[in-house]
Design a protein around this ligand. Structure first.
Ligand code: ADP
Ligand code: ASP
Ligand code: MG
Length: 432
């Protein structure tokens, strides 16, 4: 059993969707689960839709819905020159867009709170993407079963950052694998097509999401439940590199990484893999391969329980859109254990992570993602006990295993607001 994951970049247009089908025919033999994300930048578009509905801007919301329809239409029409086939896939799109519209109207009237509303709406990116791809696969005679990931991944109700209920999830995935979803058998094995990023709240049955870019994590959860022999995430890069090639064109591929190295890189923000992906795989010793859908012949990066080579590759990780919060206790009391507990509880409850933190006697500074829908509620809670200074427009640079010379070269000309280092990991909060 293997799990393949195709991200937004791999299915951003008709050419990409057809390529995914070809890759599956070439590399997808044997029992396979396929996890697919929303197409292209659909999730960003859906986020603007959620904001419009939340602000009661219905005409704007309907305009965005129209754009969503058109963007998907443009992706699927070129998939076939046969009009009957085109209208079959367009029919699927129309059904999903009508369902989304009905949900939007209902939730607007019910005034669903933002973070919950977000999860109910944003998941349509993955649902539409996999429904269209499933329709295309059917036309190609590629036998598979489309499964709603909400029926597999059971979570809590931490909207936008839901946590997995492992036991229920494992048993649902196993049951699905064994029989329940009536999986059709291909000559080479069993193939399931499902969505990344989404789950279902165990209590309310409402949809949840696993955090932006969470489809990698879905692949890893499924692999854990299935005791898969490998997970392969197909990306628009040759593999994991020593820096984001979009920011550093000279970046080089890292052909192999230990789980430990990968978990650290992703923890510090190497966005090529979702940070929660590694742990379930490490727990079961399942290797993760990061591979290029553009150059599948290249081996990519293998992450696994490799022999420690005794040296780490230097790498650079830049986390953009950061915000520095400087908290100072109002009555000049120490920020002791109680203060820290209060701060971390507020962060945990709102699903906001401290990407970097330091405390002194009466102050606590932390760098967080600048997401106002999570950050502002945290600030509101903490304002009772702390004065808060907020600085936006920042990036968090993490330089791992770099020499002094490399570090000063990389940071030259940058305005650094805050820095700290531990061992070979140097972190800098930099003004953009
Ligand atoms: P997906 O299509 O699966 O969502 P992503 O866009 O999330 O894929 O991840 C691939 C992107 O990650 C690349 O285009 C690249 O710009 C970025 N990236 C960031 N850090 C790294 C790194 N260290 N190595 C490779 N790619 C990186
Ligand atoms: N579509 C979601 C996102 O863009 C999840 C993913 O692609 O991994 O964040
Ligand atoms: Mg992505």
């Amino acid at each position: 059993m293997r799990v393949f994951k195709f991200g937004g970049a791999s299915v951003q247009d008709a050419e990409g969707i057809a390529r995914v089908h070809r890759l599956l025919c070439t590399y997808g033999d044997g029992p396979l689960w396929i996890v697919v994300s929303a197409m292209g930048k659909t999730t960003n578009q859906l986020e603007t839709l959620v904001q419009a509905v939340h602000r009661d801007q219905w005409p704007q919301a309907m305009e965005i819905l129209g754009q969503l329809y058109e963007a998907h239409e443009a992706r699927i029409v070129p998939l076939s020159s046969n009009l009957a086939d085109q209208s079959r896939i367009l029919g699927v799109l129309e059904q999903w867009i009508s369902k989304l519209r009905a949900d939007l109207e209902r939730m607007r009237d019910e005034r669903v709170p933002y973070n919950c509303l977000y999860d109910q709406i944003v998941v349509y990116g993955e649902l539409i993407s996999t429904a269209l791809i499933s329709a295309y696969f059917e036309l190609q005679g590629f036998s598979h079963a489309w499964v709603d990931a909400g029926d597999l991944l059971v979570t809590d109700a931490t909207w936008r950052d839901a946590r997995i209920h492992w036991e229920e999830t494992v048993s649902k995935v196993k049951a699905c694998q064994e029989s329940q979803c009536n999986i059709s058998l291909r000559s080479s094995g069993t193939c399931v097509l499902t969505q990344g990023f989404l789950g279902q709240d165990a209590v309310s049955g409402l949809r949840t999401t696993l955090g932006r870019e969470g489809s990698d994590f879905t692949a890893s959860v499924l692999a854990y439940a299935l005791d898969a022999q490998e997970v392969c995430v197909w990306k628009d890069v040759v593999g994991v590199m020593d820096a984001d090639p979009r920011l550093f064109p000279m970046a080089r591929i890292l052909p192999s990484l230990t789980y430990r190295e990968a978990v650290e890189m992703t923890y510090y923000g190497a966005s090529v893999i979702h940070p929660r992906t590694i742990q379930p795989l490490q727990n079961k010793g399942i290797p993760l391969r990061v591979r290029s859908f553009l150059n599948p012949e290249q081996g990519g990066t293998v992450i696994g329980e490799l022999k420690d080579q005794g040296h780490f590759s230097p790498c650079v990780i830049v986390k953009k859109n950061q915000c520095l919060l400087e908290l100072v206790s109002k009555d000049f009391s120490f920020v002791g254990e109680e203060g820290l507990a209060m701060i971390y509880k507020a962060l945990y409850d709102q699903g906001l992570k401290a990407n970097l933190a330091r405390h002194t006697a009466v102050s606590f500074s932390l760098c967080v993602d600048n997401d106002p829908y999570k950050r502002l509620p945290v600030q509101e809670i903490l304002l009772t006990n702390f004065g808060i200074k907020v600085t936006e427009g920042l990036s968090l640079w993490t330089l791992m295993h770099q020499s002094d010379k490399m570090r000063s070269g990389l940071l030259s000309g940058k305005q650094i607001l805050f820095e700290q280092h531990l061992g070979n990991v140097y972190q800098y909060v930099v003004v953009d």
